[in-house]
Each structure stands twice: as C-alpha cells, then as structure tokens.
Design a binder for this molecule. Structure first.
Ligand SMILES: [Cu+2]
Length: 144
C-alpha cells in the first residue's frame, strides 16, 4: 500500500464517519418532530363555527305596548317567531300598510290571540313591519 492509497482510505473513512454522524443527527431531528406532532399543544379554536343561517333568529312578543323587540336583526334564512300575547288577533305584516308589498315573505297572516306564527326571511335589507290591525304598532327588522 503506497502513501496515496493510505490517504484516500483515510479520507473515505472520515467521510463515512461524517456521513454517519449527519444521518444520526437528521434521524434524531425527525424523531423529535414526530414526537412534537404526536403531542401537539392544545390549541384554542380560532375559527368560530360557521354561523347557522337557519332556525329561529328572533322571538318577537306582541302585547298592548306593541312589538318587543321592535328593532332587531336576523340572518337571511332565519325564522322570526311572533308571539301574540294580547287577546285580539294580530297580523305581522311588512310595510307599507295596507298593501304589505315591501317584503311579502314577512307577512304572517292572522295570529290568533295567544297564538304564535313564524315567518322565514331571506331577502336582505331593512324592512319595516306593523300589526295590520293596529298599524301604529310597528318595528324594523334588518336581514343580513
Ligand atoms: Cu297593514
């Protein structure tokens, strides 16, 4: 074996050791990463659950004082539930009185004394409503 061969062998050995050490380090690093993904730190939910655009968006009580709440907001697709707490029939109706044409999907028809009715609203906007049998009692719903 001449001197050059010995040098080459020495370089190859050093290279193998270095490669082995690098591979070991790389493996350890990836194991650490696996560990950390196996035990993730508990995360708080940052994205709120999608708002359901159905179901009852507002409950409106009607008594001698009128609608309560008189001004409220619901989402498109939600239902407005109207409770008639008077002893007279009412009608939840969209403006304008008496044609109720601004948003006919709000027109409930008659609600008997003590009764309830639900209307589902989809058209976005700000809609005035009133009790058709007593148009001075009124309110505004925003559908968004
Ligand atoms: Cu009316």
């Amino acid at each position: 074996m001449n001197k050059t061969t010995k040098v080459i062998i020495a370089i190859v050995i050093v290279a193998i050791i270095a490669l082995g050490a690098w591979a070991f380090m790389a493996m350890r690093q990836s194991t650490d990463q696996n560990k950390s993904s196996e035990n993730p730190t508990p995360q708080t939910e940052t994205t709120p659950p999608a708002e359901k655009e159905s179901g009852i968006g507002a409950v409106v009580v009607y008594n001698e004082d009128g609608f309560s709440p008189g001004i409220f907001t619901v989402k498109s697709g939600q239902t407005i539930k109207i409770l008639n707490e008077t002893d007279e029939t009412i009608e939840f109706a969209s403006d304008p009185h008496p044609t109720h044409t601004i948003n006919p999907e709000m027109n409930s028809g008659d609600i008997a004394a003590g009764g309830t009715k639900e209307v589902t609203v989809t058209r976005k906007g700000e809609w005035g409503f009133h009790n058709h049998f007593n148009p001075s009692k009124r309110g505004t719903v925003t559908v968004e």
